[in-house]
Design a protein around this ligand. Structure first.
Ligand SMILES: Nc1ncnc2c1ncn2[C@@H]1O[C@H](COP(=O)(O)OP(=O)(O)O)[C@@H](O)[C@H]1O
Ligand SMILES: [Mg+2]
Length: 246
């Protein structure tokens, strides 16, 4: 089967105060695969996701979505390109209920209006599906601010699922989760893959990466250190020595 790049960067570059966060980086994300991105703290993983989703503008280089070169990506256009991301630092509407946090995404209305407008049964059913997937349906009437850290991360994932995007960029979705929650998130990643969706998974835990990702990208100081099939990359001596601390 011919591999198709759903996302691609060409010499993508971003510096902050003299630090090259992403350094002339060229890579491809294959459609329908789970691509893991690993690398030490500060190696540019989050910045890469920010660049791919227009959260920060690049200094130079290009991003291609489905082979289409984009001169500039704006955060509000990202959904049109079929992409959704989650944040390393969770972003929710703290004063709203768990259910409303999902309904806002489903109905695409502003926060204020969606509090007062009638939601159709259709939207409620969709919200139920994603909240059950992350195990938060029973918590639907709680305010987001009353959830535990792990539950808030799961709610953010539920919101991302509600978008129904073809490509999901998950920035450390497992970090700080209890084992049972990790299992839930792993199941979600596998389900997305089985539905033919593309997942970009930033993760530190190599067992999780080995278990879930087809393809692996290793970053170091904003540059590509290694890439290829996960099991193959993880067995390379320089990767083991430099990044896995083994
Ligand atoms: N908004 C920002 N302002 C200044 N420096 C930043 C900003 N975002 C990231 N950086 C810097 O860019 C480098 C890469 O950071 P980041 O992309 O967060 O790495 P990672 O996600 O791999 O830990 C780090 O040196 C970090 O301090
Ligand atoms: Mg990060």
């Amino acid at each position: 089967m011919v591999s198709v790049s759903i996302l691609q960067t060409q010499k993508l570059h971003k510096h902050f105060n003299g630090v090259n966060a992403v350094d002339h980086l060229s890579l491809r994300i294959e459609k329908g695969k789970v691509t893991g991105i690993v690398g030490p703290n500060g190696s540019g993983k989050t910045t890469l996701v920010n660049l791919l989703t227009g959260m920060v503008p690049s200094d130079s280089g290009a991003v291609l979505v489905s082979e289409m070169k984009l001169s500039r990506i704006r955060p509000y256009d990202v959904r049109t390109y079929g992409m959704t991301r989650t944040f390393q630092q969770v972003r929710l509407f703290q004063q709203m209920s768990v259910l409303d946090n999902v309904l806002v995404v489903l109905t695409e209305r502003g926060v204020f209006l969606s509090l007062f407008e009638y939601h159709t049964n259709f939207h409620l059913r969709q919200a139920k599906v994603v909240l059950e997937q992350v195990g938060l349906w029973d918590k639907r009437n709680e305010n987001a601010e009353n959830l535990s850290y792990g539950q808030r991360k799961l709610l953010e994932i539920a919101r991302a699922l509600a978008m129904g995007s073809d490509t999901m960029l998950l920035d450390e979705p497992f970090a700080g989760l209890f084992p049972s929650m990790k299992k839930t998130v792993a199941g979600i990643v596998q389900k997305l893959r089985s539905e033919g969706k593309t997942v970009v998974l930033i993760e530190h835990d190599m067992e999780i990466i080995k278990h879930l990702s087809d393809h692996l990208i290793v970053l170091d100081a904003g540059k590509l250190l290694a890439e290829g099939k996960s099991h193959e990359v993880l067995s390379r001596k320089e990767v083991i020595e430099a990044y896995l601390g083994e």
